[in-house]
Design a protein around this ligand. Structure first.
Ligand code: ADP
Ligand code: ASP
Ligand code: MG
Length: 412
């Protein structure tokens, strides 16, 4: 039998009633003749609640226990989904990550899937089971401890299962009916895309569009998984949603495919560091060791052998970055006058494969922000994206005006 992977996010399994609606969609695919692997998230809000319990108990928590706790939300929905399907006379069983087992690295709270053995589930399909319901977001480390895959990780579980089982498609059911030119919560001019290229989706996801976890797109691209994003609240059809696919499958596209943003950024500036060979390594080495995800980096011009170094990182890593820099200073590896953290910034990015072959796209972005009176603090570019760091209070305005300026509401 062909295998189909269907993933239901938190809002799609938020109540017993919604689980029933999702289960009906699974039933439709079973009736078409598929063996279905259903990946479920925790009920919406549940993971945040569990993370809150952890922080309240132990602010500098042991990540192994964090994983033991926050993975539990998915266990509940996996069991409930299996029970709901059984009530509909669909033969179904639930699996927690360790039972499959979903083998991951031991990087707790941010583990990577290494392997998914298919034997157990395939054998059950052979015995007449029609649906394997798997708890998303979780796995087991080589040491035998429960791991989680980072926030939004059920998307990655889904794509990894689709790759392992050579599924015909991986359908991601969520609370929007596809991937839009930007988050539809920020502008009602956002337009649903029928198709988007893997590379563009990868950039949008990594720049803040949380509709898919970045690693899920990476995996889909590597293993050529047909990945579709669609609504769990609307009628199903074979053309519904957005297909994330190879660039070659897309005939027409805008120069800019979408606008992404991330409000959880911080801008850190080391004031007056020695401008000497090895200074960047001396700063960013300890930051990397401390697990700080540095994104943008700017080194200012130097005066009398000293310079300022600015970098951005996620806002919840500011304390860790400060600690790493203070320790490096105490060990005399670096010397700086001050470390200034600006936690009122946001990153806004434009993404599009067309930027490879069109000049002036970044310039148009900067002119648009200038016309709105938005000051740019840091800029980074790559082949298919330009990102700026701006004051957070202008984030929505920037997204809306860029969406207008690049006419993203119109089809190319
Ligand atoms: P789930 O719980 O189903 O995994 P998420 O909340 O993780 O859902 O992701 C869906 C949300 O992603 C949408 O509600 C939307 O607000 C947000 N989003 C951000 N950028 C985009 C985009 N470009 N297209 C669609 N949704 C987006
Ligand atoms: N429940 C997890 C989270 O909220 C994983 C997921 O929903 O994808 O991050
Ligand atoms: Mg999600």
């Amino acid at each position: 039998m062909p295998v189909l992977v269907m993933k239901f996010g938190g809002t799609s399994v938020a109540t017993v009633d919604k689980i029933r609606r999702a289960a009906k969609k699974v039933g439709v695919e079973v009736a078409k003749g598929y063996d279905v692997i259903v990946i479920v998230s925790a009920m919406s809000g549940e993971t945040n609640k569990l993370v809150g319990f952890v922080n309240d108990t132990s602010p500098l928590y042991d990540a192994r226990e964090y994983d033991a706790i926050v993975s539990s939300g998915e266990n509940v929905t996996a069991g409930l989904m299996a029970l709901t399907l059984q009530e509909m006379d669909v033969p179904a069983r639930s699996w927690q990550g360790w039972q499959v087992p979903v083998q991951t690295t031991s990087a707790h709270a941010n583990a990577r899937i290494e392997e998914i053995p298919t034997e157990n589930i395939t054998a059950k399909f052979g015995e007449g089971m029609k649906v394997a319901v798997v708890a998303g977001f979780q796995g087991i480390s080589p040491e035998g401890r429960i791991t989680t895959l980072g926030r939004g990780g059920s998307d990655t579980t889904a794509v990894a299962f689709a790759a392992a089982f050579d599924a015909e498609r991986c359908d991601i059911y969520t609370d929007v009916d596809g991937v839009y030119t930007t988050d539809p919560r920020v502008t009602d001019k956002a337009r649903k895309l029928d198709k988007i290229a893997f590379e563009e989706m990868l950039e949008l996801a990594s720049l803040g569009a949380k509709v898919l976890q970045t690693r899920s797109v990476e995996l889909a691209m590597r293993y050529k998984v047909r990945l579709r994003v669609l609504s769990s609240f609307e009628e199903q059809s074979d053309e519904a949603g957005t297909l994330v696919c190879a660039e070659e499958e897309i005939m027409e596209s805008n120069v800019v495919a979408g606008v992404a943003f991330s409000r959880d950024e911080a801008k850190m500036t080391l004031i007056s560091v020695a401008d000497r060979p090895g200074i960047a390594a001396a700063i960013f080495g300890p930051l990397a060791e401390a697990g700080v995800n540095v994104d943008m980096i700017v080194q200012n011009i130097s005066e009398e052998g000293r310079t300022d170094m600015t970098f951005s990182c996620p806002i919840d890593q500011v304390a860790r970055a400060e600690k790493a820099m203070a320790e490096a200073k105490a060990k005399d590896e670096i010397n700086f006058h001050d470390l200034v953290a600006d936690t009122d910034v946001a990153k806004v990015s434009i993404v599009g494969i067309g930027m490879r072959s069109h000049a002036g796209v970044a310039a148009k972005m900067f002119a648009t922000l200038r016309d709105e009176g938005v000051n740019i603090k840091v800029i980074t570019t790559s082949e298919i994206k330009t990102s700026v760091l701006i004051d957070r209070k202008y984030m929505e305005l920037a997204v809306q005006s860029l969406h207008d300026a690049f006419e993203l509401e119109k089809v190319a």
